[in-house]
Design a protein around this ligand. Sequence first.
Ligand code: CMP
Length: 139
Amino acid sequence: QTAEDIQIVRFDKDFRSKQLIKDAIMDNDFLKNLDSSQVRELVDSMYPLEYEKGSYVIREGEAGSHLYVSAEGEFEVIKEGKVLGKMGPGKAFGELAILYNCTRTASIRVVSDSKVWVLDRRVFQQIMMRTGLQRLEDN
Ligand code: CMP
């Protein structure tokens, strides 16, 4: 244990929500290679947030500190003012700034009142580190 350690808080969720988050992570090219215990911890640690129609979950160019999974509603991916695509429930997004420490590569705009699952960057890093260390100890 170090001073850097932060508390990982679990948020109870129903089976369908857990399944949706897990499927979204496994469907994301940058997250699909995490091992199953890491995925399970991510699923358990995500917490819900609601967004109103017209608001932004992510703004292009800003620093990023959260990873998201869409749960309800519709979202637009916008880059340099152009709509690149739309997505509905069951998509993980915001992973690029978290994984690569870059600024947000696109904006995510909420098209209809929406619900997302959220994970803080520090919790993500903690889960990545802890499970990695656990794996070393197990070998
Ligand atoms: P991030 O750069 O952290 O924040 C914006 C997110 O939008 C990004 O992570 C991806 O999850 C997502 N994103 C970026 N570009 C695209 C794209 N061309 N199509 C779909 N999603 C994208």
